[in-house]
Design a protein around this ligand. Structure first.
Ligand code: HEM
Length: 420
């Protein structure tokens, strides 16, 4: 039975997959799914869905589940195979050897190699870059008009410029990375890209791969720098293709996720001016506030895992080869864990228990960086423009997997510092 038919019959999961972009409805649909039980069957019993935090955690940490590959879920399987034949080996964030898609033992090997460059020290080294980028952008906003699209002028630009730094690419080339990030996102923001979007994204990936290959060649030579990519490149255990895929994954996994999380956080804060006032008075609260923003309006909506043998979980039997859809944003509002889960409370004691970065072996490698970008970026923004307000209705993206805002009109209000 098709998704559309299931949706017309009122199946909340089918409706979530089809209308997930209509975000007001998304959380209602998640609650309908939760009412069906801690786990419930979907797609005529061929798969499961859960919004239960404990079950979600258990599955993500259970090595009897593997990651879902595009061939598990795309209706364009035959077409993709054909395309792969004519375009072999293009770097792709949702194809092996992307970390996201590789299972053990290969995953552990790849993750260990790239984690060496992703040390807390290396990430902390980016702290001053984030401050610098945020300050420059805020100065630009200050010099501009009284209103702007914050998604384009701020939320997207911090992560993209930091990714440029991580890759050892000059910030002046960040607009190119931005364009590539937008085009290639068609592969990661939906469960099944249309054929047209698939072609656009793969063509962009192919172009990006050429660009990265030339850049990596430069880093291998006399131009090695202290960037994270340079450290990965120096590792001789990684093949050229694995290095290029990793560089592409940083863009695929680190750009729109963080940009959208910024947007969601800004809207949550603007809707709760009392909490902005409290944070401005007590800046030590920002760190927990970021956790609550990640919990309350998570950019990561859905994860998928597939059982590789029959597994008993939470009293349910998941058959070998069966997919489980993990509603991460739903798990973040599990009333068994979070009191008044629909309430935004930046002082919530257990806000950090969310699964917005996943958990287990694939837990987000960039989580410490994303947290730092959000904290520095949001604090700097509201300290500079404490009266920031919406200047119109934000436009949500139409993604079922990564929930975010593509257009965020704001009135800046007067700036709290006088320049020059
Ligand atoms: C708020 C921003 C972010 C969110 C919500 C987020 C979310 C996630 C989630 C849920 C996963 C796990 C996927 C799974 O289990 O299948 C993941 C993996 C990953 N993320 Fe993030 N992410 C964010 C930012 C970043 C940043 C800034 C980077 C790096 C620049 C990054 C790099 C990665 C990588 C490399 C993986 C793959 C890890 C693996 O499979 O072992 N992410 N992210």
């Amino acid at each position: 039975m098709t998704l559309k038919l299931l949706s017309r019959r009122g199946d909340p999961f089918a409706r979530l997959l089809l209308d997930g972009g209509q975000h007001d409805r998304a959380y209602d649909l998640v609650e309908q799914i939760r009412q069906q039980g801690r786990m419930s069957r979907v797609f005529g019993g061929n798969a499961w869905v859960t919004a239960d935090l404990q079950i979600t955690r258990e599955i993500l940490r259970d090595s009897r589940f593997r990651t879902a590959k595009p061939y598990d879920r795309s209706p364009f399987r035959t077409v993709q195979r054909l395309f792969d034949k004519t375009n072999p080996g293009v770097i792709n964030p949702v194809e092996p050897p992307s970390l996201l898609m590789v299972d053990e033992p290969d995953h552990a090997r790849l993750r260990r190699l790239v984690s060496r460059a992703f040390t807390p020290k290396a990430i902390d080294g980016l702290r001053h870059c984030i401050h610098e980028v945020a300050e420059d952008l805020l100065n630009e906003l200050d010099d501009g008009g009284s209103e702007c699209d914050l998604a384009v002028a701020y939320a997207s630009r911090i992560p993209i410029e930091i990714i440029a730094d991580m890759l050892g690419i000059p910030r002046t080339e960040a607009p190119y990375l931005y364009e590539m990030g937008e085009l290639t996102s068609k592969l990661i923001t939906t469960t099944a890209p249309s054929w047209r979007n698939f072609r656009i994204a793969v063509a962009a990936l192919r172009e990006l791969e050429g660009y990265l290959a030339t850049h990596i060649e430069r880093l291998r030579g006399a131009n090695a720098d202290d960037s994270i990519l340079s450290a990965v490149v120096q590792d001789t255990e990684l093949s050229d293709f694995e290095v290029r895929t990793f560089a592409g994954l940083l863009l695929g996994a680190g750009f729109l996720t963080t940009a959208h999380q910024f947007g969601n956080a800004v809207v949550a804060l603007i809707n709760h001016p009392d909490q902005i006032a409290r944070l401005l008075a007590h800046p030590e609260g920002w760190s927990n506030a970021v956790e609550e923003m990640l919990r309350f309006d998570s950019v990561s909506q859905i994860g998928v895992r597939v059982a590789t043998e029959e597994v008993q979980i939470g009293g349910y039997t998941v058959q070998n080869g069966t997919a489980v859809f993990l509603l991460l944003a739903g798990a973040n509002r599990d009333p068994a864990v979070f009191e008044r889960p629909d309430q935004f409370d930046t002082a919530r004691a257990n806000a950090r228990d969310h699964v917005s970065f996943g958990t287990g072996s694939h837990v987000c490698l960039g989580a410490p960086l994303a947290r730092m970008e959000l904290q520095i970026g949001l604090q700097a923004l509201f300290e500079r423009f404490p009266r920031l307000a919406l200047a119109g209705s934000p436009t949500m993206n139409d993604s079922t997997l990564l929930r975010g805002i593509s257009y965020l009109p704001v009135a800046l209000g007067s700036s709290s510092v006088s320049l020059g």
